[in-house]
Design a protein around this ligand. Structure first.
Ligand SMILES: NC(=O)c1ccc[n+]([C@@H]2O[C@H](COP(=O)([O-])OP(=O)(O)OC[C@H]3O[C@@H](n4cnc5c(N)ncnc54)[C@H](O)[C@@H]3O)[C@@H](O)[C@H]2O)c1
Length: 359
């Protein structure tokens, strides 16, 4: 078990900002946003699951800090992370007459954060932006580091911007209303951090994350902070965060986004690790350990999609670089490596990963 306690983590990227983590942070939203983002109007962007739970509370907290508020609620789910909803958010900001000094507050999971963040980056060429993550996945990953995006018909996150928030408020108590399935999706990203960067974190995940969520979230954010500080615009080290994601995004695309991001990433991590073992990059004991932890969290470790379909879907991924694709392979738990795979060899590599080992 890791240590617990309320804390602030500072991200030093093109913008410096604080992530405040703890129980009850939401009640500080007015004063923190006033101090870090300022402005007169706060536009809350959220979805129709989160709105009935937390939007009214946030609205009154912001109004107590003298904000005029306006709330935009869209239908929950990955299919809303599209061009249509994006334009609707921009038009909403326009109709509410937000000026450049006002602030967009994303209240929700990764879908809300990615969409609202991209809208904040584009509206008037960029206005103030605060993230209040309400899923485990958003807390440990999408709310930190400034990647914002929407999906295009051809693939995931293909239109977007690097746009850092002015603050991130991570109130761990908001995660108590998550369904078991959505919580599990976040567990996949937490497991990812353990595999790419921290074997101690990985070991700690053998104790349920729910019993130590604050400390686990803080550790994941520290890892992401360090990676973002080193490589904000993903020229090198930041690519490690995409472990399991190239195949994961392909699974999401093939399932028409019916497979949630976390489950797709879990399957992607297992597939890449099996391929790494067969390619002699990683030991079989690391694969066994990864599969063991994925099973503890009831996450998938394979997919029914065939190698040719996955390969085709992978080729629309952003990680493609001409006639090769950068994939992340584990060397051991806590250490991964980037490898350029020629497009001509991709199907064979994926095929190696799909084939289960006989136990
Ligand atoms: N920007 C990044 O760096 C980054 C990193 C990882 C993932 N992502 C993106 O994040 C998205 C996935 O995020 P997600 O898993 O949070 O999905 P999500 O935002 O769709 O949330 C999952 C579900 O949980 C509901 N929900 C959210 N908070 C809740 C709460 N507190 N109580 C009850 N229900 C709640 C939502 O309404 C939704 O139905 C994907 O689009 C992925 O591409 C982005």
């Amino acid at each position: 078990m890791l240590n617990t306690g309320m804390r602030t983590i500072t991200v030093n990227a093109s913008k410096t900002y604080d992530i405040t983590i703890g129980t009850g942070v939401l009640s500080e939203a007015g004063s923190i946003i006033r101090k870090t983002a300022g402005g007169k109007t706060a536009a809350i962007v959220t979805d129709d699951n989160v709105a009935p739970l937390y939007a009214e509370r946030l609205k009154s907290i912001l109004e107590e800090s003298n904000y005029r508020t306006a709330t935009y609620i869209f239908r929950s789910g990955e299919t809303s992370k599209d061009a249509g909803t994006f334009i609707s958010v921009l038009n909403f900001l326009g109709s509410e007459k937000l000026s450049r000094t006002d602030v967009v507050v994303a209240l929700g999971g990764g879908v809300v954060g990615d969409l609202a963040g991209f809208a904040a980056a584009c509206y008037m060429r960029g206005i103030r932006f605060v993230q209040i993550p309400t899923t485990l996945l958003a807390a440990v990953d999408s709310s930190v580091g400034g990647k914002t995006a929407i999906n295009l018909i051809t693939g995931k996150n293909l239109a977007g911007a690097f746009y850092q928030p002015d603050a991130v408020l991570c109130d761990v108590s908001l995660l108590t209303t998550l369904t078991a399935e959505v919580f599990r999706d976040g567990c996949a990203e937490v497991i990812k951090y353990g595999i790419i960067a921290d074997s101690v974190l990985f070991e700690s995940l053998k104790t349920p994350i729910r019993t130590q969520s604050e400390a686990v979230i803080a550790r994941c954010i520290e890892i992401k902070r360090d990676i973002v500080a080193e490589d904000e615009f993903e020229h090198g080290a930041r690519k490690l965060l995409n472990f399991g994601h190239t195949i994961g995004h392909a699974i999401e695309l093939l399932s028409k986004y019916r497979t949630p991001h976390g489950q797709a990433v879990a399957a992607g991590m297992a597939i890449v690790t099996r391929a790494a073992v067969r390619m002699g990059i990683c030991g079989a004991h690391s694969l066994r350990d990864i599969l063991h932890v994925l099973r503890l969290y009831e996450l998938p470790e394979n997919t029914a999609y065939k190698a040719d379909k996955l390969t085709h879907a992978c080729l629309s991924d952003k990680k493609r670089d001409g006639d090769s694709l950068t994939m992340i392979f584990p060397l051991e738990i806590g250490k991964c490596v980037l490898k350029k795979i020629p497009v001509s060899e991709l199907e064979a590599v994926i095929g190696l990963g799909l084939m289960e080992f006989k136990s």
